[in-house]
Design a protein around this ligand. Structure first.
Ligand SMILES: CC(C)(COP(=O)(O)OP(=O)(O)OC[C@H]1O[C@@H](n2cnc3c(N)ncnc32)[C@H](O)[C@@H]1OP(=O)(O)O)[C@@H](O)C(=O)NCCC(=O)NCCS
Length: 146
C-alpha cells in the first residue's frame, strides 16, 4: 500500500469513496478538485494496485487542524489502512506545529469512535442535531498534540 497526496489523476476514484463511504452524494469532481487546490486543505489517498482504496481529508489553520473525512472501501477494511492514513496526518500536523486536532462524528458511529479513541482522541462535547438524513447528535472529539 502507498499513501499519496490526491492528484487529479485519482479525483474520480476519490469521489467514489466520498459518495459511497461518506454519503456525500452531492459532491462533484469539479468541487473536489477545487477543495483539493486550497493550500490549507490536505487530502491523501491510500493506493493498492493503482486503485484508491481509502482517503483522509483534513484542514490546517494556524496551529489547529480539523479532520474532515476518513474512509476506507468496505472490501479493504480491518487492514490498518485508516490507521496508516491517520498516522500520516498526525505526523504532518506535528511537523507543522499543530497544537490540537479535532473532528466531529455521528454518535451512532461506534466503529469510527473506537477508531478515534485508539488514537487518543477524547470526546469533548456533544452537539445536538449536528447531522441530517437522518438527524442525529454528533460528538466533537479532540487530540491534544502539545
Ligand atoms: C472507520 C474506518 C475509516 C476504519 O478503517 P479501517 O481501515 O478498517 O481501520 P483500521 O484497520 O486501521 O482499524 C484500526 C482500529 O479501529 C478500530 N476499528 C476498526 N474497525 C472496527 C470495527 N468494525 N469495530 C470496532 N472497532 C473497529 C479498532 O480499534 C481497530 O484496531 P484493531 O484492529 O487493533 O482492533 C472505516 O470503518 C470506514 O471507512 N468507515 C466508514 C466511513 C466512516 O464512518 N468514517 C468516519 C466518519 S467521521
Amino acid at each position: 500500500m502507498e499513501i499519496r497526496k490526491l492528484s487529479n489523476e485519482f479525483i474520480s476514484q476519490a469521489l467514489e469513496i466520498y459518495i459511497n463511504c461518506l454519503n456525500q452524494k452531492d459532491l462533484s469532481a469539479s468541487t473536489l478538485k477545487i477543495t483539493n487546490s486550497y493550500p490549507y486543505n490536505h487530502i491523501y489517498i491510500a493506493i493498492i494496485r493503482s486503485r484508491a482504496v481509502g482517503l483522509i481529508d483534513y484542514t490546517i489553520l494556524q496551529d489547529q487542524a480539523y479532520l474532515n473525512n476518513i474512509a476506507v472501501l468496505p472490501a479493504h477494511r480491518h487492514k490498518k489502512i485508516a490507521s496508516n492514513l491517520m498516522e500520516t496526518m498526525i505526523n504532518m500536523c506535528r511537523n507543522q506545529n499543530v497544537k490540537s486536532l479535532s473532528l466531529e462524528v455521528r454518535c451512532s458511529n461506534n466503529i469510527a469512535i473506537n477508531f478515534y479513541e485508539k488514537f487518543d482522541f477524547i470526546r469533548i462535547a456533544k452537539r445536538s442535531n449536528l447531522y441530517c438524513n437522518p438527524t442525529e447528535d454528533g460528538w466533537v472529539m479532540s487530540l491534544n498534540m502539545q
